[in-house]
Structures are given as C-alpha cells and as structure tokens.
Design a protein around this ligand. Structure first.
Ligand code: GLU
Ligand code: ZN
Length: 320
C-alpha cells in the first residue's frame, strides 16, 4: 500500500482514569463509555489515578477494574499504570520545569493564604495565589518543606484558548482565573494537574474524553503540556450527571455503586448511559445482552449527539 508523503498514520489513544476512592458510579460509567466508544478501533487505556494517596481506598482499583470487565470493556491489562508508582517520572518533569524557571518553591502556609483577604477567588473556589514567593529564580536556594508552583504568566497575557469537541470554544486567562498553581505539595505528593499531563504525554494519549467538572482544569493542563514541549491532545467534556438534589455524583454525595451482579442490571445501566449521552439506543436492546448493546453502540456512536451542556441533569433510576 502507498501512503501520500508526510501523512502521519495515527492511531487514536484514549483513556479512562478513575481515582480509586470509591466504587464506580453512573457518572464514572458515562466517562468510561464515551472515551471507549470515541476511541473506536484505537487504543483505550485504563489508568489508576491514585496520586492522592491519602484519598486512595485499599483494594478499590481492583474492584473498579472488575466492574469494567463485567460491563464488557476491553483494555490491555499490561497497559494499566498506577500513578502511585510513577513519582520518578513526575520528578523528572518537575526538574525540567525548574530548570526553565517555570516553577518556584512556595513556603506560604494555608493559614497565611487564607488570611490574605484581598486576593480574588478563582474558578476552583480557592483564593488566587498572590505571588509572595514568585521572586525565586533557578539557582536560588530551595527552602525546606516547600510546595512547587507553576507560574501562569501575567494578567495581561492572552488567554489559553482551545476547542472542546462537545462544549465548543473555550478561553481561560490563567493569571486572572486560576493563579500560580501547585504541582507538588509540601508533603511531597505530586498533584493531579501534573500527574495527568505527564501520564497523558508518556502514554501518547491523543484524545481526552471526561466529565465537564474537569473543563476548568483543561487550560492549566494545556499550559503544562506546552511547558513540557508536548503535543496537546483533543478534548471533549461530557455533561456531568447529578443526584436528584442537583449535586455531582461522587463519593461525597454518596453516589450508588454501579450494579455488577446480573447481566440485566448491567445492560440497563449501559443502556441508560448511552441514552444520557444522546445516543438513543432502541428500547429492545434493554432486554438483550451486554455484547449486543456494545455492538449497536460501536456502530451508532456519534460524539455529535452528546448534549452540549456541562450538566445533563439527574441520573436515571436503574432497576437492580
Ligand atoms: N482521575 C480523575 C477523576 O476520577 C479523572 C482525570 C481525567 O480524566 O483527567 O475524576
Ligand atoms: Zn508562597
């Protein structure tokens, strides 16, 4: 076969990256289904996001993987990486950022920052870091017990713009909306923002499909990808599902665990997930098997039909 000169042959690489803090729930299923179907015949990776060790529940990642297997997802078990085993990789990235002057050590305590009454509140609801420690330069002594912060540039810099394949064009001015953010905490833990970027780059992820609760993290992640000279993946943020009280499903809001026992219950959950994602699966498939539903979904999936909103409302009642 002949390929036209210079046309890159790229296999899409997608991922599902649950944090093992509780059983997978309906919101997790949505992110898994959307990322899985969007990657099609490409490579779908499962990553254990246990970088935040204090929040990790023992045995939970094995349970999550068993749940995914019960729902008929297919991934290469050899490709499952655990963030808790990848500190050396994150440290290398941190050192690269240190040498280019893009990060600096910060010794401000939480109470010091909380008392800084005139700082603005950013997109996360946290106060924007006022920059006390910004004067540090590569070569200056590194204080003990310091966190490392990423410099986001000035308030007059152009915003980070990106196209989200579901939510449309996005822009975020990091200095005004987020501020210099922590990539390694004073206790030595790397943060989600750094770990997710380093892993996506290391694993060659080309498409990120996940819940819209992470839309506000994306500009930070793009800034890190660029600082590390990486290739920015494509982004698609699916609407998040809420409980009837309008709260995002999570361990904190006591989201119900996905049913794992009984094929009918799994088919129902999967059918509702496809329906929530705008795919309109035929009613008859509700009474079939998991494999038949996956076959239908693989043929009919279209990201264009996913509702273009950040929140898709309350999750359906799934029969047990
Ligand atoms: N670990 C994150 C979560 O469980 C997902 C991270 C991501 O997809 O970027 O919410
Ligand atoms: Zn500081």
């Amino acid at each position: 076969m002949k390929f036209s000169a210079g046309a890159p042959i790229t296999v899409p690489v997608g991922r599902f990256a649950p944090s093992p803090t509780g059983p997978l729930h309906f919101g997790s299923l949505l992110a898994a289904v959307a990322s899985y179907l969007e990657v099609g015949a490409g490579t779908w990776l499962v990553r254990v996001e246990d970088v935040d060790r204090p929040r990790t529940v023992a045995g939970m990642s094995a349970h999550q993987l068993e749940t995914l297997a019960a729902y008929g997802f297919k991934w290469s078990t050899s490709g499952v990486v655990r963030q808790s085993e990848r500190s050396a990789l994150y440290q290398t990235a941190l050192e690269r950022l240190i040498s280019t002057g893009l990060v600096y050590p910060c010794t401000c305590t939480r109470s010091m920052l909380a008392n800084d009454a005139d700082t603005q509140v950013g997109v996360d609801g946290a106060r924007i870091y006022p920059g006390h420690c910004r004067h540090w330069q590569p070569g200056d002594p590194v204080p003990e017990k310091a966190a490392w912060r990423f410099r986001v540039g000035g308030v007059d810099d152009p915003p980070i713009v990106f196209h989200d394949r579901i939510q449309g064009d996005q822009a975020q001015q990091l200095a005004r909306e987020v501020g210099d953010f922590v990539i390694k905490r004073a206790d030595g833990c790397f943060t989600y923002q750094l770990a997710v970027v380093v892993d996506d780059l290391a694993q060659g992820v080309t498409q990120v499909v996940r819940g819209a609760d992470l839309l506000d993290s994306t500009a930070r992640q793009i800034a890190l990808v660029e600082a590390l000279n990486g290739r920015v993946p494509t982004y698609a943020h699916i609407p998040i599902v809420t409980n009837p009280a309008g709260e995002k499903l999570s361990k904190q809001t006591r989201a119900a665990a996905l049913p794992t026992v009984g094929e009918q219950a799994r088919v129902a959950a999967l059918w509702h997930a496809l329906s929530f994602l705008g795919q309109s699966p035929p009613d008859a498939l509700m009474r079939g098997g998991v494999e038949t539903l996956w076959q239908w979904a693989a043929v009919h999936w279209s990201i264009e039909r996913v509702p273009k909103q950040r929140s898709g409302g309350a999750f359906p009642k799934i029969p047990e």
